[in-house]
Design a protein around this ligand. Structure first.
Ligand code: FAD
Length: 435
């Protein structure tokens, strides 16, 4: 059997404009495409109907069908990555493994272990930047230090883009270089202990009109005015380069959101303590949080008596999505009105959001709780009633998710706004005293 290269798909589940895949396919050897359902990740998921697993499964089946038509097949395994590579290296004469960078703390450790193991066997491990435009330390301050404030980071990011215009990778043109063999079945969800989720997934096509109108519509949760690209960016079913090109043509505001995404990825890379349960600003870890499970339960279920908060939580529970404006209000409400440790909320969102992404989730939670980089100052506390009046004036969003709002069955506010505001200011001031 002739030697092969492996391309390892992770959060880049597409054939078009895929950097690592392009390099693998143009490397001169036939390429065996691989996906691993990583037992280290899957075994920790409490919900056996996890929609993200169903989403990945569906995408892999689509990829498998496509590759089948090309006379090739995707290797899909369930297991621990090292064990999977041991098996694969027995099955194929592997010369090299190609993949794209993954910046999450677990992924960094996994890739180091896999890379070291492959090196011992004389197999190369080549990794490429794919899921962001600029990574790691590509956008730094003039003194060589990482930015911790968004606006100057964003300015620098845009300047760098002008010097290095986005270019796509023509991976799709080289798919005849996949290793030819008869189809292998994608393991069923059941065989991995999972069930098919009943949630729907947003369509992959970034709605051009939505990007054009984005600046006007994005803040109003009753309007379907955001692109729902989160899950596609998370699993790479869309290329960030394609999306940035669209944003450059159509909406600077939308481009700004894509830059926020990279900002938080850069923060997680440069300041890994934020991904390990620590506040970006350590003094905020002195806050005495209340670990009130009943109050947390009301927040999770959307029964706080604050209709915008409740609408958001119910949207999340029923669809796996929540509008960004409402994410900000619900997160702030948990940390500031209920004084509940923001890490509880972060974990709840992580379990529920289809677009869950460690860097963005953590960065935004820290922003909302006031303890993050470039965060809202702690004394600026969202008033959920005023937020509703401003962003859901006709109560369309609220009534969609909280049909009993305005009737006797709707609960009274679980905490008085003024009381909660004062309590929060005192708790934060006490923790920050002397800093
Ligand atoms: C408490 C809280 C938790 C969040 N958790 C996540 C998360 O786990 N994963 C996630 O992708 N986003 C998260 N966000 C950011 C934002 O709410 C979502 O990206 C957005 O609502 C997803 O919807 P969309 O795809 O329609 O976004 P659009 O408004 O259409 O934006 C397009 C894309 O830009 C990026 N983006 C937009 N806003 C932000 C932001 N504030 N920070 C980082 N990236 C952004 C996302 O990739 C998004 O898909 C969170 C925000 C808050 C306040």
């Amino acid at each position: 059997m002739d030697p092969v290269h492996i391309f390892w798909f992770r959060r880049d589940l597409r054939l078009e404009d895929n950097a690592g895949l392009y390099h693998a396919l143009t490397s001169g050897l036939p390429v065996v495409p691989l996906f691993i359902f990583d037992a280290n990740i899957l075994d920790q998921l409490g919900d056996k109907e996890d929609a993200r697993v169903s989403f990945i499964h569906r995408v892999l089946e689509e990829l498998q069908t496509f590759l089948g038509h090309q006379g090739s097949t995707l290797e899909v395994s369930y297991g621990k990555p090292l064990a999977v590579f041991e098996q694969l290296c027995k099955k194929y004469p592997v010369k090299g493994v190609f993949t794209n960078h993954d910046y999450d703390p677990y992924a960094r450790q996994r890739d180091k272990e896999v890379g070291d193991w492959l090196a011992k066997k004389g197999i190369s491990f080549q990794t490429y930047k794919d899921q962001v435009i600029f990574e790691k330390d590509e956008v730094l301050k003039a003194d060589g230090k990482p930015y911790t404030v968004f606006t100057p980071y964003s300015r620098s990011w845009k300047a760098k883009l002008q010097e290095n215009p986005v270019h796509s990778f023509g991976s799709l043109q080289h798919i005849h270089r996949f290793y030819a063999q008869s189809p292998i079945r994608v393991p069923s969800l059941k065989s991995m202990g999972f069930e098919l989720s009943s949630l729907g997934f947003p369509s992959k096509r970034a709605d051009t009109e939505k990007i054009k109108e984005y600046a006007q519509t994005r803040d109003y949760p009753a309007i379907d005015g955001t692109t729902k690209m989160g899950i596609h960016l998370r699993f790479g079913t869309i290329s960030i380069r394609a999306l940035v090109k669209k944003a450059l043509e159509q909406s600077e505001v939308y481009l700004g959101e894509l830059i926020w995404r990279e900002f938080f990825q850069m923060i997680l890379w440069q300041f890994p303590h934020v991904g390990k349960g620590k506040s970006f600003k350590p003094e905020y870890d002195r806050i005495h949080w209340m670990y009130d499970e009943d109050a947390f339960g009301l927040w999770c279920e959307g029964r706080t008596g604050y209709p915008l908060v409740d609408a958001g939580m119910r949207e999340l529970n029923q669809t796996g999505h929540m509008h960004n404006r409402v994410r900000m209000v619900t997160a702030s409400f948990l940390a500031k009105h209920l004084l509940i440790d923001w890490r509880w909320g972060e974990a709840y969102f992580a379990a529920k959001l289809l677009d869950f992404e460690l860097a963005a989730n953590n960065g935004n939670w820290q922003w909302a709780a006031g303890c993050g980089c470039d965060a809202a100052p702690y004394f600026r506390i969202f008033n959920p009633t005023l937020q509703a009046a401003k962003f859901d004036k006709a109560q369309e969003y609220i009534r969609r998710w909280v049909p009993e709002f305005g009737t006797f069955s709707y609960p009274l506010p679980m905490v008085d706004h003024e009381f909660a505001r004062k309590r929060c200011l005192e708790a934060y001031a006490k923790a920050l005293k002397g800093t």
